[in-house]
Design a protein around this ligand. Sequence first.
Ligand SMILES: Cc1cc2nc3c(=O)[nH]c(=O)nc-3n(C[C@H](O)[C@H](O)[C@H](O)COP(=O)(O)OP(=O)(O)OC[C@H]3O[C@@H](n4cnc5c(N)ncnc54)[C@H](O)[C@@H]3O)c2cc1C
Ligand SMILES: *[C@@H]1O[C@H](CO)[C@@H](O)[C@H](O)[C@H]1NC(C)=O
Ligand SMILES: *[C@@H]1O[C@H](CO)[C@@H](O)[C@H](O)[C@H]1NC(C)=O
Ligand SMILES: *[C@@H]1O[C@H](CO)[C@@H](O)[C@H](O)[C@H]1NC(C)=O
Ligand SMILES: *[C@@H]1O[C@H](CO)[C@@H](O)[C@H](O)[C@H]1NC(C)=O
Ligand SMILES: CC(=O)N[C@H]1CO[C@H](CO)[C@@H](O)[C@@H]1O
Length: 532
Amino acid sequence: MSLIFTVAITIIGLVFSCVSSSSASDDILENFLNCLHFHNSTSISNVVYTKTSPSYHSLLHSSIKNLRFSSNNILKPLVIVTPLQPSHVQATVLCAQLHDLQIRMRSGAHDSEGLSYISQVPFVIIDFINYRNIQVDVKNKTTWVQVGATIGELYYSIATKTKTLAFPAGVCPTVGVGGHFSGGGYGYLLRKYGLSADNIIDAHIIDARGRFLDREAMGEDLFWAIRGGGGASFGVSLAWKIKLVSVPSTVTRFIVPRTLEQNATRLIHKWQSVASELHKDLTISLTLQMVNSSNSNKGELTVQALFQGLFLGGVNKVIPLMQESFPELGLVKEDCSEMSWVESTLYFWGFGGQPLEVLLNRSQVITDSFKEKTDYVRHPISESGLEGLWRLFYEDGAKGVFIAMFPFGGRMSEILESEIPFPNRAGTLYHIHYAVHWVEEGEEVAEKHIDWMRKLYSYMEAFVSKSPREAYVNIKDLDFGVNNINGYTSYEQASIWGFKYFKNNFNRLVHVKTKVDPLNFFRFEQSIPPHM
Ligand SMILES: Cc1cc2nc3c(=O)[nH]c(=O)nc-3n(C[C@H](O)[C@H](O)[C@H](O)COP(=O)(O)OP(=O)(O)OC[C@H]3O[C@@H](n4cnc5c(N)ncnc54)[C@H](O)[C@@H]3O)c2cc1C
Ligand SMILES: *[C@@H]1O[C@H](CO)[C@@H](O)[C@H](O)[C@H]1NC(C)=O
Ligand SMILES: *[C@@H]1O[C@H](CO)[C@@H](O)[C@H](O)[C@H]1NC(C)=O
Ligand SMILES: *[C@@H]1O[C@H](CO)[C@@H](O)[C@H](O)[C@H]1NC(C)=O
Ligand SMILES: *[C@@H]1O[C@H](CO)[C@@H](O)[C@H](O)[C@H]1NC(C)=O
Ligand SMILES: CC(=O)N[C@H]1CO[C@H](CO)[C@@H](O)[C@@H]1O
């Protein structure tokens, strides 16, 4: 009784203060906050931050990875909610609908277009920073992981229990499992075990009606859609149940750098047809960047190809395997080191030899500005095609270029295109992830690098997948187009990017969306639209 009375008094107080401050957005804010308190008056106030909260700004900026989206003239959320339990998310979803606010969900904040924390219209962020419990069940080889955990935290939790279980996910330990698993998720275990999303066996989500659903309650259509259909179109994911995979207690990691002067072009050309055909236990990725040329005057740059390998076994086995399948690389024992699987994750991120606790450091990624794009390659690019690419690397806008090529094949080719929404399976030789980074501030610098990235993308068109030119939904690219801000986006319009990310699976995603969120509450620049 007295609680209701207090709430009523508070609301009367708020109504009066709204009248005096009299801005429409203040009204929306107050109404939204009151709604939250009504839904969960006992505990939600501790996890709600408004612009006047002392820690609002540090919370907002704490996890932003792309400084391109942190400037002052970008619209900021009215409220940030950091849920501790499902009821906080349920209340936020229901109240946001009631008061016509959009929601942005943020787990690791690595979104390439900042879509987990920016919006063109008034919005609320659900930030899962404090929702990251991980329960590893070694006996059953499963784990429940809450969406706010990073993959580094997941790797660490598994490794502290056992050396012979692992999980196939990305290279960068600060990536969040909320976004990453929603869009696929790949790393050095891809060729043996597939994507993160291929290894999800249950999930908890909150749907547009505010219901808490597990796999059984949501049904197989929705469970299909949230494993690779990209985050934030179908509901708010809370946790994943994943199947752990077996790895030997000793793996071998190797690194072989080759510059243009060391015949990198010919090696890359060869790598393209070899890498997806290798034994499943062997993965060789390729990164390209500019380095100072060693055998010329200071200041002269060359392209460096870094061949990095993981073999699920000892060094004595990988040397003969490489002799047989890729002798041109000239791999020798000295290029290799044996270690546990989790130690290899540190090496691939450049923290080799450091304590495992590095995996728990959520702020260890350098924050700068960047623009990314992706492609899939089905036929090897000719040597002259590669040479044309090198010429672009010497242009001004290319400063800070970083390209990663990741081989498919193996397990990826055994999974049907329609198994989950992620469609790039048999026939894909490798994935390319283009990035250009810069630290200088200002529009002009940004424009220079973004223009260069677009030029690179247009150069590559001749060499990559066509009709559609495929792209990876976990590295979104708004150059493909966006949904109309406030209203209706046609199936045709959304197909432009929908087919690039999902091929024919886009149709089933639209079908699921129409069923579970017909009013299109969960929407953002490239969300899946319902049929209207
Ligand atoms: C430095 C860096 C390295 C990367 N390395 C790899 C890699 O090795 N392999 C790879 O496959 N990808 C990689 N990526 C891409 C990465 O997988 C995606 O950016 C991924 O979406 C990030 O997830 P997040 O939770 O960190 O991001 P967020 O920005 O938090 O989320 C990304 C998207 O998912 C939505 N989302 C977040 N949480 C939820 C939730 N709980 N429920 C529903 N939707 C949600 C967001 O709203 C947003 O649309 C990398 C990206 C960066 C920046
Ligand atoms: C683990 O597996 C056993 C037997 O397969 C089963 O009885 C038990 O419920 C499982 N535990 C969990 C937490 O899933
Ligand atoms: C590059 O190729 C040439 C011609 O085959 C060969 O002579 C040379 O040794 C190679 N260089 C390196 C560093 O492998
Ligand atoms: C090349 O060397 C110069 C001078 O030593 C250094 O400033 C620059 O950062 C180097 N460039 C690269 C790409 O390593
Ligand atoms: C996390 O990494 C950053 C950047 O390398 C470093 O400054 C910071 O001290 C690290 N934090 C911890 C707790 O180790
Ligand atoms: C209505 C509602 O969702 N109430 C929840 C608020 O939070 C407490 C925990 O503090 C839950 O037990 C309630 O169910």
